[in-house]
Design a protein around this ligand. Structure first.
Ligand code: SF4
Ligand code: SF4
Length: 265
């Protein structure tokens, strides 16, 4: 079965005049395969869409793609972003005293995995409603993730998350690097991490004046400075050169020895 799937973040209906809907052959013959839905964005009917791909070619913002959807995959959904939205199948299991890496191209759901495992996003298993934690825990029965989510639900797990887009940091925090790091340094690691991540020279610099690579290293340090059972890193390589990448990997391994970490790339 082939159907069109919408990437809501890319879709900009105010700028395109709904070309996807206008050119859909099913719509032209009276079937509502793609209609204007919630918040003015298109909604694609899994039943009526023929997967012809015309809307994919017409969309100027690359907001639709075609997926092959075998029937059996319907049963393994962990999370779906609304009707016709992206679906995630499966989750990695964070391991104690291990660094787990999650690698792959953009758009396969790595950040969604991270948001779910950090407790920021509740998995909905493809249902169009928010599930209670009890229900979520039951759905993971028989897997290692059941105990993990029980602890997340009961707030027995502390997590520390490095966000993906480090260039947004100066929009949320002002002041100098040292001030930010001192504020989050629950583990008393400022001195060591400033040394290990080559931050000493920029400690007294304003966050808004940092380069992308400097912001990336500050974000990694800030994440590691928090007391947590699980450390999540949503991409550590952007803006870093090859030596800095290797160093950042070693630093993460070193400072999460007695906990767990998941790195998404
Ligand atoms: S894939 Fe074809 S049938 Fe489906 S919504 Fe797009 S244009 Fe319409
Ligand atoms: S999917 Fe593309 S063509 Fe359709 S409304 Fe969104 S931006 Fe416009």
């Amino acid at each position: 079965m082939r159907i069109a799937v919408l990437n809501r973040d890319r879709c900009q209906p105010k700028k395109c005049d709904y070309l996807c809907i206008k050119f859909c052959p099913k719509v032209r013959t009276g079937d509502e395969a793609i209609v204007i839905g919630e918040k003015g964005k298109p909604e694609i009917s899994e039943i009526l869409c023929a997967g012809c791909g015309i809307c994919v070619n017409k969309c100027p913002f690359d907001a639709i793609h075609i997926v092959n959807l075998p029937e059996e995959l319907e049963s393994g959904i962990v999370h779906r972003y609304g009707k016709n939205g992206f679906s995630l199948y499966g989750l990695p299991v964070p391991k104690r005293n291990r660094v787990v890496g999650l690698l792959g191209p953009n758009g396969i759901g790595k950040s969604t995995c991270l948001r779910i495992l950090s407790g920021e996003l509740k998995p909905n298993f493809g249902e169009e409603r928010e599930l209670e934690w009890d229900e979520i825990i039951k759905r993971f029965a028989g897997s290692e993730l059941q105990e993990y989510f029980r602890r997340i639900a009961n707030r027995e797990i502390r997590v520390s998350v490095k966000p993906q887009y480090v260039d947004a940091i100066p929009k949320f925090y002002s002041g100098e690097v040292r001030e930010l790091l001192e504020r989050v340094d629950e583990r008393g690691l400022l001195s060591e991490l400033a040394e290990d991540l080559q931050l000493r020279k920029i400690l007294d610099r304003e966050l808004k004046h940092l380069s992308g690579g400097e912001l990336q290293r500050v974000a990694i340090a800030a994440t590691l400075m928090k007391e947590a059972d699980f450390y999540f890193f949503d991409e550590i390589t952007p803006y870093l050169d090859i030596y800095q990448r290797i160093n950042a990997t070693n630093v993460i391994r070193e400072y999460t020895k007695n906990s767990s970490s998941l790195v998404v790339e």
